[in-house]
Design a protein around this ligand. Structure first.
Ligand code: SAM
Ligand code: SF4
Length: 323
């Protein structure tokens, strides 16, 4: 699948639920959201049918996300049934339930686990996630590393909240074989946005460079992050310019929300409901053609997508879009 700017789309972010056991302040309001009813979500059978379609269209990499993927009942059954459609299979998780599934994930050759952790301090973690899960998350991060998974730690950097921990997170990479990825806060919090707390990736890098010499890893593969090595450190660091949107030129992503809509970009609010197509009995070849047509609407950058939004003052929660 090639879009109208010549970008090859071969990576799918597949959201399996909008529910979560945490309430991260940058992702959704304290009281949660109007969560989808079960019949509004794609069923496992529908996700499996769509996975076959996507793989035939050239999607080779998938990342399961949500909401929290491991909150969805019988999620391992889904992973088992769609695993073979994708060459590379990764999961983004808050890790609260990871210990229950590590062994089977290993057997299924799940390549990587991206684990969200925004503070190394239990109280601060609770302040950000509004839940008391720090000890479980930390112990599951160590379990995942010991089990041999490729682990990336996702840290959303929030001004005045956890920006004083950036160097502590970098210190983790001295002895742990993980990539710590600092993510710019995006406005998608189910309200009017996280704009006061946004810190640009350039500022994050400048803070790290006050103490460390960073060596850029230019592997030229399309990626949402820019990675760096630090001498003598086992792990790496990376920045994700999610709000500055400086990597849109090499974007290779398509998103499928838990409710079965495809989105060309996080900042886009025009979607196409594959769920409606499946439920109205449309055949695979017509669905494929609709996906190809939709991809041709992908705009050059996230800024172009944002400019088309009908409501510029309200930002959907990330848990609904699928992070
Ligand atoms: N629940 C899982 C988790 O937290 O890892 C997966 C879903 S979550 C929506 C996926 C990623 O999006 C997480 O790394 C989270 O930190 C990030 N995220 C959520 N809201 C965000 C926002 N407003 N800005 C930047 N990143 C955000
Ligand atoms: Fe849940 Fe992930 Fe959103 Fe936090 S970022 S509330 S863990 S979906």
């Amino acid at each position: 699948m090639i879009d109208s700017f010549g970008r090859k789309i071969d990576y799918l972010r597949l959201s399996v639920t909008d529910r979560c056991d945490l309430r991260c302040r940058y992702c959704m309001p304290e009281g949660g959201i109007d969560f989808s009813r079960r019949d509004e979500l794609l069923s496992f059978e529908e996700i499996s049918t769509l996975s076959k379609i996507f793989s035939e269209l050239g999607i080779v990499r998938v990342r399961l996300t949500g909401g929290e993927p491991f909150i969805r009942k019988d999620i391992m059954q889904l992973i088992r049934s769609i695993r073979s459609y994708y060459q590379s299979f990764n999961i983004t998780t808050n890790a609260t339930k990871l210990h229950l599934h590590l062994e089977e994930l290993k057997e299924l050759e799940i390549h990587g686990l991206n684990i969200s952790i925004d503070s190394l301090d239990a109280d601060k973690f609770k302040q950000i996630t509004r839940r008391d899960a720090f000890d479980k998350v930390i112990s599951n991060i160590y379990l995942a590393i010991e089990s041999g998974f490729k682990v990336k730690l996702n840290v959303v950097v929030l001004r005045g909240i956890n920006d004083n921990e950036i160097l502590d997170f970098v210190d983790l990479t001295r002895s742990l074989p993980v990539t710590v990825r600092f993510i710019e806060a995006m406005p998608f919090n189910g309200s009017d946005g996280n704009k006061d707390q946004f810190i640009p990736f350039t500022e994050i890098l400048a803070m790290v460079e006050e103490k460390y010499l960073l060596k850029n890893i230019d592997d030229r593969a399309p990626s949402s992050s820019v990675e760096y090595n630090i001498d003598d450190h086992l792990g790496k660091i990376a920045v994700i310019p999610a709000y500055s949107r400086s990597l849109c030129g090499s974007c290779n992503r398509l998103r499928l929300t838990a409710k079965g809509e495809i989105l060309n970009c996080l900042y886009s609010n025009s979607s196409l409901s594959l769920k409606n197509m499946l439920r109205s009995g449309m055949g695979a070849s017509s669905i494929k053609q609709s996906i190809l047509d939709h991809i041709m609407l992908k705009r050059k950058s996230g800024f172009d997508e944002e400019n088309q939004r009908s409501n510029k003052d309200f930002f959907e929660p990330m848990t609904t879009i699928g992070g």
